[in-house]
Design a protein around this ligand. Structure first.
Ligand code: PEP
Ligand code: MN
Length: 565
């Protein structure tokens, strides 16, 4: 195997190439363009190019070559290689550090040893050479004892130099990522080993274009491992974006994402797929389970009781949901301020609640109503959890917000209005977090269970169903708490079932009896709205219990006298 590298014998590129092809014959090339050309015109069978260093970042000449080298499909990316990079400073035998006036190396190597150089050789002239081992060669050929080279220790031996000091890089974790490639397609391309795909995207200057491209990956659970922009030379202030993702287009999710990016972007070029590095330093993730629409339908739905006759228990911190002890989730409809949340949290905690609820992102019928405090509200919830120890349930309204809400919440609530937001259900599934799935006000039990199936089928078994009242002809109450549904889903599924008497009633006076009825019908717990001053609540005041009424309710559930609020 003849392998082209940039640089001479002893270069880091040679060491990297040998990790892939131990028996290679070296074809030394002057620059990265020549490496690609050597493979293309048959002087070499494969090549190895540095693409990124962990200390100084991208190797831009390689990036700028990628389109030309791999855009037309003649050359095939085969594998990435991570090489630990340790630098040594070397000079002619007899030379001393004190006598060094000039240091030669590749500019990237000089950059990686900045700290050592400024400490030990602050006044020397730094000279950029075309490669590290090449600078060792120059020093070795010359007669000048005031010259030194920085490069791989191994190069000193090749060029008759002595090591003045080893491991002078700024950071011992220093490593470089290389891409190897061949003219013939790689025989490894069919294995099940983890792979990556690299592509280039050109975007029009319109708001959100880059976000939309990245979302095409994010929404399908595809991990992005690198993103680099480079200027588009003949079109000032436009850019090309280099993207690396895990997987190959043989995964239907990546194929779909690429199709959607093709529709969005001004242009896309797939550079190729190659083996991801799995040795030391690897950042490759375990492959995701196949998406449900691409795997066979199970014989019976995942929610079906027969899948788990003993029932599912979901553990959230110290709490178990789905067992015999009724779960009490309490808190305000909306997080209105830090003070009111902490006051409510303290009160519900001491009255016996197991978990704190509170909306930070609120689904409101009118766009002019209070929409919630957003991330600020999430932070107040996390603070309340710190203080009381109660895990937090809060609503997430869109799939894009799953990561941010998930960062603060213990349980993600999917609200009634979003019960069939399938993108959100898929993202909730991928999150793996406990999900409280409320039933849509107009959803049948069948639709509700299939919404739960979306989460389960995306690999997340932690789903709690929440009956919160359905819309009937009756107008005297806000909704009608469907106790048939509570009893029936207990029978039909193994998932924990929670009732929300507050939203079902819309009025606080019947929340207690509906709570007791729900538990009697088989609910594993209830979620109730509580506010220190319900008449002045910013949302759902009429159905919110005050602190004393909640203490009474909690006492009735726990079968003891109310604790003082
Ligand atoms: C809520 O819990 O405050 C809420 C908006 O609930 P639902 O989605 O059931 O209306
Ligand atoms: Mn509410």
């Amino acid at each position: 195997m003849r392998v082209a590298i940039q640089g001479t014998r002893g270069a880091f590129s040679e060491a990297a190439a040998r990790l892939r092809w131990p028996e290679l014959d070296l074809v030394a090339c002057r620059d990265v363009t020549d490496v690609a050309a050597a493979v293309r015109d048959g002087r070499a069978d494969g090549g190895c190019l540095p693409i990124e260093n962990s200390l100084v970042g991208s190797v831009t000449p390689t990036y700028d070559l990628l389109h030309e080298a791999f855009g037309d499909g003649t050359l095939h990316l085969s594998a990435e290689v991570l090489l630990p990079v340790h630098h040594a400073i070397m000079a002619r035998p007899g030379a001393t550090l004190a006598g060094i006036k000039r240091v030669l190396s590749h500019p990237v190597a000089l950059g990686q040893c900045r700290i050592w150089l400024s400490k030990h050789l602050p006044d020397v002239e730094l000279v950029s050479a075309w490669d590290t081992a090449g600078s060792a060669e120059i020093v070795g050929r010359g007669q000048d004892d005031s010259q030194a080279a920085i490069g791989p220790a191994l190069a000193a031996g090749y060029y008759g130099l002595s090591l003045l000091e080893e491991r002078i890089e700024d950071d011992p974790t220093n490593q470089t990522r290389f891409l190897t490639f061949t003219r013939e397609p790689s025989p490894d391309s069919n294995t099940d080993l983890p792979k990556k795909t690299s592509l280039i995207v050109w975007l029009d200057h319109r708001p959100g274009m880059l976000a939309a491209v990245l979302q095409a990956f994010a929404s399908r659970g595809i991990n992005l491992t690198a993103l680099q922009s480079r200027p588009e030379r003949s079109a000032p202030w436009t850019y090309r974006f280099y993207v690396d993702v895990e997987g190959t287009p043989a995964d239907p999710r990546l194929a779909e994402a690429l199709e959607s990016i093709e529709a969005l972007a001004a242009r896309i070029v797939i550079l190729g797929s190659y083996l991801a590095w799995v040795g030391e330093g690897s950042v490759a993730n375990a492959p995701q389970p196949a998406a449900p629409n691409h795997r066979p339908k199970p014989d019976m739905p995942l929610f079906d009781r027969r899948q788990r006759p003993e029932g599912t228990i979901i553990t959230i911190g110290k709490i178990e949901v789905g067992g015999d002890r009724p779960l009490i989730i309490a808190g305000p409809c909306s997080v209105e301020s830090e003070e009111m949340l902490l006051e409510t949290a303290d009160a519900v905690a001491s009255a016996g609640a197991d978990m704190l609820r509170g909306g930070a992102f609120k689904p409101r019928t009118s766009p002019y109503d209070f929409q919630g405090l957003g991330v600020k509200g999430l932070k107040f919830l996390a603070e309340a959890r710190e203080r009381t120890g109660l895990p937090v349930v809060t609503e997430v309204m869109s799939w894009e917000e799953v990561p941010v809400v998930g960062r603060y919440a213990d349980v993600l609530q999917i609200g009634a209005r979003n019960m069939q937001n399938f993108a959100l259900l898929r993202a909730a599934g991928r999150s793996g977090m406990p999900i409280l799935l409320k039933r849509g006000a107009g959803a049948t039990i069948e639709e509700w269970l299939h919404a739960a199936e979306y989460v389960l089928a995306h690999g997340n078994p932690n789903v709690m169903l929440c009956e919160r009242g359905i819309r009937t002809f009756e107008r005297a109450t806000r909704h009608t708490l469907d106790l048939n549904a509570v009893a029936l889903v207990r029978e039909r599924t193994h998932l924990p079932v929670i009732a929300d008497p507050s939203h079902a009633a819309g009025m606080r006076s019947i929340v207690l009896p509906l709570t007791l009825a729900s538990l009697a019908a088989g609910a594993h717990g209830v979620i109730v709205e509580v506010h220190p001053d319900p008449d002045h609540a910013m949302s759902d005041g009429p159905q919110s219990l005050d602190l004393a009424a909640f203490a009474e309710l909690a006492g009735r559930i726990r079968g003891h006298a109310p604790q003082p609020a």
